[in-house]
Design a protein around this ligand. Structure first.
Ligand code: UDX
Length: 441
């Protein structure tokens, strides 16, 4: 029999909104708090303010039970025992460091309401040393609660599933009686996942904070490794997809995150590796992470290569050419356009004089907000009509499943660049298309 807890979730973005809804589904009483009143209003009426599969159903169901509430008033979190900090830590403008203002503000707000015996749980991705600093902030006020660091590894597009079934749980806690009590409280929060055999690592604050950035750095490195191999394949006539298949069969390497293409974007990997490098510099160990600079450069070079390839297939010039861009989100099943490789390529081509039209199943609104100068349309049909070049830049299933024969009737020139190595090259070629991809002949 599991004990239900009273939980508050501070910050209701991708991480917080999903976490709050999932915690309520586990039977806990949850209050989500955010400073953005419009976000709170949407969530309280059961509507997520962003696209995430499975979340709308879960959210409205949980709000209806009354176990899940939202508020913009921190004092509504006062009755909770466990307080999760789920605010964002974006990249600082013009710097590689993380902007921790939201984390500090969340802690300051919590200090006004926490009771002795409460646990404050950091989930946001932070530079190592932040938890230790928050502990000092907490020590300045009485009565003190205990801090835990419990990093989150969810992927956008799979956030609900990842929250219910994490690959592992990590608790960073102090090495004393309060730490032991905190561990047992967190294990009540996650009782279901633990009962299902989810591995648990209990460690100190430092390691818990490092785990998260280490994991994201490794993932980014894996992607840039295969994209570096794509550069080699381009220079030699190799095929990076077959190469990835071949090395991926080695279980020590594994095939996941070896998809060569336009590289990584989004609100996590790019800023996390940069903030990690910046932190290493502050700690006097910048050499240890010098390789991440290369990881970043390889990743950015893919975007340049994509534009070059477009010019190459357009007989040396994209000026005035009608180019249809399929995909604006940084990856499929998301409406997130933060650091989107697709939009960065589209913008670069527009800047170089191409007549670019972008479409996406979910991200048009966000994209138009950030890139008001780009031309967006709602459907693939509109985007490709009269196109002299089609670019697949985000591998949404509905794009991967497009019929090359049907599409050929709409374009002016049947030329397609597969920026994600997601299409069946043979099918497109036999339908009469010029098909080119990154890292393949
Ligand atoms: C990532 C981590 O996966 C997650 O564990 C962490 O909590 C947050 O950061 P997310 O940003 O949602 O999650 O996306 P992810 O699925 O990791 O993809 C990141 C980027 O890498 C996307 O732009 C994707 O297109 C790209 N990618 C991924 C590749 O280019 N090749 C691959 O093989 C895999």
């Amino acid at each position: 029999h599991r004990r239900a807890l009273r939980i508050s979730v501070i910050g209701c973005g991708y991480l917080g909104a999903v976490h709050a809804a999932c915690m309520a589904a586990l039977g806990h009483e949850v209050i989500g708090v955010d400073v953005d009143a419009r976000k709170v209003e949407a969530l309280a009426s059961g509507r997520p303010p962003f696209y995430e599969p499975e979340l709308p159903e879960l959210l409205s169901e949980m709000v209806a039970t009354g176990r899940l509430q939202f508020s913009s008033d921190i004092s509504d979190a006062a009755s909770a025992t466990v307080h999760f900090i789920c605010v964002g830590t974006p990249q600082k403008r013009g710097e590689n460091k993380a902007d921790l203002r939201a984390v500090d503000a969340a802690m300051t707000a919590l200090l006004g309401i926490v009771k002795p015996g409460d646990v404050v749980v950091g989930k946001s991705t932070v530079p190592v040393g932040t938890a230790e600093r928050l502990v000092e902030m907490m020590a300045e006020v009485e009565p003190a609660a205990t801090l835990a660091w419990n990093p989150e590894f969810l992927r956008e597009g799979h956030a609900v599933k990842d929250t219910f079934h994490p690959d592992r749980l990590v608790y960073g806690v102090p090495d004393d009686a309060a730490g032991a009590r905190t561990t047992s409280l967190l294990s009540q929060v996650y009782a279901k996942a633990l009962a299902e055999g989810t591995p648990l690592i209990v460690t100190n604050y430092t390691t818990a904070q490092l785990v998260k950035v280490a994991a994201n750095s490794f993932l980014a490195t894996k992607i840039s490794f295969i994209n570096a191999m794509a550069e080699l394949c381009e220079a030699t006539g190799g095929d990076v997809v077959q190469l990835a298949d071949a090395i991926g069969h080695d279980a020590r390497i594994g095939r996941q995150f070896l998809n060569a293409g336009l590289g990584f974007g989004g609100g996590c990997l790019p800023k996390d590796i940069r903030a990690f490098m910046a932190r290493a510099g502050e700690l006097g160990v910048d050499q240890a992470l010098a390789f991440l600079r290369e990881v970043d450069s390889i990743n950015m070079r893919r975007r340049v290569r994509m534009v070059d390839l477009a010019r190459e297939v357009c007989e040396g010039s994209i000026v005035g050419r009608r180019v249809a861009v399929l995909g604006a989100a940084f990856k499929p099943e998301s409406d997130d356009v933060r650091d989107s490789p697709a939009l960065s390529v589209a913008a670069q081509m527009a800047l170089q004089g191409a007549d670019v039209v972008v479409t996406d199943p979910k991200a048009i609104e966000n994209a138009a907000d950030k890139w008001p100068d780009l031309h967006f349309v709602d459907t693939v049909e509109e985007a490709v009509t009269g196109a002299e070049l089609v670019l697949l830049l985000t591998e949404w299933q509905q794009y991967v499943g497009l019929d090359p024969v049907e599409l050929k009737r709409r374009v002016k020139m049947p030329r397609i660049l597969d920026g994600r190595n997601a299409l069946d090259s043979e099918a497109w070629r036999s339908a009469g298309w010029t098909y080119r991809a990154l890292g393949r002949r």
